[in-house]
Design a protein around this ligand. Structure first.
Ligand SMILES: [Zn+2]
Length: 154
């Protein structure tokens, strides 16, 4: 039992190194947490900034989710006021989806990424030059893509 416990703690310590908080992107710490309702204290990953137990997400996945939310204005919580908290909730939401997908695809396992990760930081300032005769075709494809996307949302 003791051995099992320390294995878990070792795993959490490792996880704290390659993961960060899904909400604020902050560092995670292994903390002993005392619950009022349980006699026993538990060891969990904890975000000091958010003051909550937080299992976290791979740091690269957080960066990616944050970039996605900022670039697309993704908002899963239309009823909430537009503020820092909502931004964090949206980033965490995307982190959950991304990490689920990555696990499903075998890109991550319980010890992080299984493949080398190359982060492509791209923004609006990055341009692609398109020949005039390709432009019509590209715009048409984009239109089709957008309408397919909106159909899926219905
Ligand atoms: Zn946090």
């Amino acid at each position: 039992m003791q051995k099992e416990k320390s294995l878990r703690v070792e795993r959490l310590k490792k996880r704290a190194k390659y993961c960060c908080c899904r909400y604020c992107g902050g560092e995670l710490n292994v903390r002993q947490i005392v619950f009022h309702t349980y006699a026993e204290a538990r060891i969990e990953l904890y975000c000091d900034q958010c003051q909550k137990i937080e299992y976290g997400v791979e740091k690269e996945a957080y960066m990616s989710a944050k970039a996605f939310v900022e670039a697309t204005q993704f908002n899963h919580f239309p009823d909430l006021e537009d503020n820092e908290q909502r931004l964090q909730m949206n980033i965490a939401k995307v982190c959950n989806m991304t990490s689920w997908q990555m696990r499903y695809l075998g890109l991550t396992n319980e010890s992080g990424f299984t493949v080398p990760v190359h982060v492509n930081e791209y923004g609006m300032e990055q341009c692609t030059t398109v020949e005039d005769d390709r432009l019509e075709q590209l715009l048409e494809e984009a239109d089709q893509w957008m309408s397919q996307l909106s159909q899926q949302e219905d």
